[in-house]
Design a protein around this ligand. Structure first.
Ligand code: SAM
Length: 312
């Protein structure tokens, strides 16, 4: 009798001991997984498979179409570098267009800049915005309801064609170039964004993990170059964007070489305690590792079409 009870308890315990796992599906043959201690929300929206879950190490996690968008613990690295590098480089940024960014992390950081008068966010998916407000308030920290913020739910590639406003900085916080995000990596889209930039305007975009997503550098390099005089990248380590550095695309007509002391002085006006960004890190982020420099150089010599046929 006792033996049966012990066996049943053991089975029950072993069944309890295996929490669900979330497997990211970005790369064939390799990837990262997360324990899902709780699935907070899951939904197939009109555009994407959305899941928000709790992880014991990284806190609340948002994933879209099998790809990690952010985790509570390391999102400040990404959001701070996407926002403060262009906004502190610019002499006096007043208007910002955020492409994608439906979780609100970019808006949160933009609103730390006292010079900002207006920030427009354009995301294709109302659900991402609504569910981020409801389940991830620690990311946006009320930014969606700020009087300086205007939210537009639309495919951004159409929005930038019809928009009559102009902006000092455009920040493209999109998903990867698959599914709804693919159009946001095209030359046409970059050209339309360029038309919306004021003089000395800056365009930055999430540009993937170069060690793993080798053709993504070429893709944006070749598609931004026809529209901007200065096109480059900067990098930062975002632990749950697995595979090494995260790359950020930079594009402008003005060559920005802002002294660290000037960045320091501008940063002091934010009155914000940042997690990752410093003027020193800002400057160092543009020092690219040799494999990336070689990737960029090879693309300049070898057009994308030929390259991507080689990497298949
Ligand atoms: N930081 C994340 C990354 O680097 O992968 C991106 C996060 S953000 C949540 C991505 C947003 O891009 C999503 O909210 C998604 O709805 C939006 N998005 C994807 N395609 C879009 C499009 N064509 N127009 C506007 N927003 C788009």
């Amino acid at each position: 009798m006792f033996k049966n009870f012990a066996a049943m308890t053991l089975i029950a315990f072993s069944l309890q001991a295996e929490p669900a796992q979330y497997q990211e599906t970005l790369y064939p043959g390799w990837g990262q997984w997360f324990t899902e201690s709780e699935i907070i929300f899951q939904k197939k929206t009109d555009f994407q498979d959305l899941v928000i879950f709790q992880n014991p190490l990284f806190g609340k996690v948002l994933a879209l179409d099998g790809v990690i968008q952010h985790t509570q613990i390391d999102e400040p690295v990404y959001h701070e570098m996407m926002v403060h590098v262009p906004l502190l480089s610019h002499d006096n940024p007043q208007t910002v267009l955020v492409i994608g960014g439906g979780d609100g992390g970019i808006l949160r950081e933009v609103l730390k800049h006292p010079s900002i008068e207006k920030a427009v966010l354009v995301d294709i998916d109302q659900c991402v915005v609504d569910l981020s407000k409801e389940h991830l308030p620690h990311i946006s920290k009320g930014a969606f309801d700020h009087p300086k913020v205007h939210i537009v739910i639309q495919d951004a590639s159409l929005f930038v064609k019809e928009c009559k406003e102009s902006f000092d900085v455009i920040i493209c916080d999109s998903t990867d170039p698959i599914g709804p995000g693919e159009v946001l990596f095209t030359s046409e889209f970059y050209g339309d964004c360029k038309k919306l930039l004021n003089k000395n305007g800056i365009f930055v975009n999430q540009n993937g993990v170069p060690f793993m997503q080798q053709t993504e550098l070429a893709l944006t390099m070749n598609n931004r170059k026809p529209h901007f005089k200065h096109v480059t990248f900067y990098v930062a380590p975002v632990p749950t964007y697995a595979g090494g550095h995260m790359a950020f695309g930079w594009a402008s007509d003005k060559r920005y070489r802002v002294a660290e002391a000037v960045l320091e002085e501008r940063l002091s006006k934010l009155n914000a305690d940042l997690f990752y960004y410093t003027p020193e890190v800002h400057k160092a982020a543009f020092a690219l590792p040799n494999f990336m420099r070689k990737q960029i150089a090879s693309f300049e010599m070898e057009p994308l079409a030929k390259l991507s046929s080689r990497s298949k």
